[in-house]
Design a protein around this ligand. Structure first.
Ligand SMILES: Cc1cc2nc3c(=O)[nH]c(=O)nc-3n(C[C@H](O)[C@H](O)[C@H](O)COP(=O)(O)OP(=O)(O)OC[C@H]3O[C@@H](n4cnc5c(N)ncnc54)[C@H](O)[C@@H]3O)c2cc1C
Length: 325
């Protein structure tokens, strides 16, 4: 999605000082930004894109106030609310480091920009998991896909493989089985998808399950021609002749920029208290990157609002001069 109003800014040569820096412009970060603006905080939003996962082509059917709405339309309305009514400083850039200094944090981005703030909200969400096998990157969009709905039409009449065993993978296999003569479903372990979906897959005569198998290579010169799979029990490898590989192996919380500063749980999520504070004073976190239950837009927005309210209270507590009221 091309943001209409948020655009890359000039690199800053010396650090800019704020009360609050919000890292991440998905539903959690954008909501935190609106709240920070309403609370008249000197806040700064820095993000690699606007919308995060919601612009992955999703149709959202469970956000209050809408029967359904596309992710893009919902984010456009969030962005409009932020920019038209509650403007705050922003930058489209990737944060690479967060460093604690004596009484504040130094945030640096990939293009050399540096920013300082007394408090941070980490709303960096989740990133797609990749197979990380030879051929995957080279053949992206030339037979290697991450979204079955949009790309399915490109493989009509051809054999394909779906990688993964969760709901998204099996849903993809069901949809592709209508278009393709044979669909292999390759998974490392037993499927974790809902029982009803597993039943539906089993009922389709043209879906072949390869459980306990790993994809080790995606082959083809200009386009995908086959994939190499390995049986984990026997170690035997073989090629599947397919023209499309749909990778649905999930998402991982993206807490990398603060992973050495705050406590994470076993899944790599930032552990937060009910007020969105973390184990590091001054760092708050919201949305899918945290251990808050439920990865949903409505939950991320609620958590984003909560994190801004908490950061505001924190800033008042540590010193009124740091908060512009
Ligand atoms: C295909 C799909 C369909 C979905 N369907 C639904 C649905 O129907 N209903 C529903 O409620 N939820 C749905 N979800 C889940 C929903 O999109 C997420 O729960 C929600 O987007 C989480 O918001 P977030 O702000 O926490 O994180 P994200 O949306 O992941 O946003 C994170 C933001 O942080 C930015 N960022 C990350 N790292 C950095 C960095 N180092 N520097 C700067 N910026 C950074 C990213 O660019 C992004 O803007 C779906 C998700 C997917 C993938």
């Amino acid at each position: 999605m091309e943001p209409e109003l948020l655009q890359p800014g000039d690199s800053a040569s010396k650090p800019h000082r704020y009360d609050l820096i919000i890292i991440g412009g998905g539903p959690a970060g954008l909501t935190a930004a609106v709240y920070a603006s309403l609370l008249r905080m000197r806040a700064f939003l820095i993000t690699t894109n606007i919308g995060g996962q919601t612009v992955e082509g999703a149709k959202i059917e469970n956000y209050m106030g809408y029967e359904f709405i596309s992710g893009e339309a919902l984010i456009a309305s969030f962005q409009d609310q932020l920019l038209q009514h509650h403007y705050l400083d922003h930058r489209i850039a990737e944060v690479t480091t967060v460093r604690p200094l004596e009484d504040h944090f130094l945030v640096a981005d990939k293009e050399g920009g540096q920013y300082e703030a007394s408090a941070l909200i980490i709303a960096t969400g989740m990133r797609r998991r990749f197979l990380e096998v030879p051929g995957e990157e080279r053949l992206q969009r030339r037979g290697v896909f991450y979204q079955h709905l949009e790309e399915g039409a490109l493989v009509t009449g051809l054999q394909v493989a779906v990688v993964g065993g969760g709901n998204s993978a099996l849903q993809g296999a069901i949809e592709l089985s209508v278009l393709c003569p044979r669909v292999y479903v390759v998974s490392l372990e037993e499927w974790t998808a809902d029982a009803a979906m597993q039943e539906e897959v089993k009922a389709r005569g043209n879906i072949v399950a390869l459980k306990g198998h790993a994809v080790t290579e995606i082959c083809g010169e200009k386009r995908v021609a086959r994939v190499k799979v390995k049986c984990l029990e026997t170690g035997n490898e073989r090629h599947l002749s397919v023209k499309g590989v749909f990778i649905e192996i999930g998402w991982r919380p993206f807490a990398d920029v603060v992973s050495s500063l705050v406590d994470l749980n076993g899944q790599g999520e930032i552990q937060i208290r009910p007020d969105c504070s973390t184990s590091c004073p001054g760092i708050f976190a919201a949305g899918d990157v945290t251990n808050a239950f439920g990865k949903r837009v409505i939950i991320a927005t609620g958590e984003g609002a909560k994190s801004a309210l908490s950061a505001h209270e924190y800033l008042i507590k540590i010193g009124p001069r740091k908060v512009k009221i």
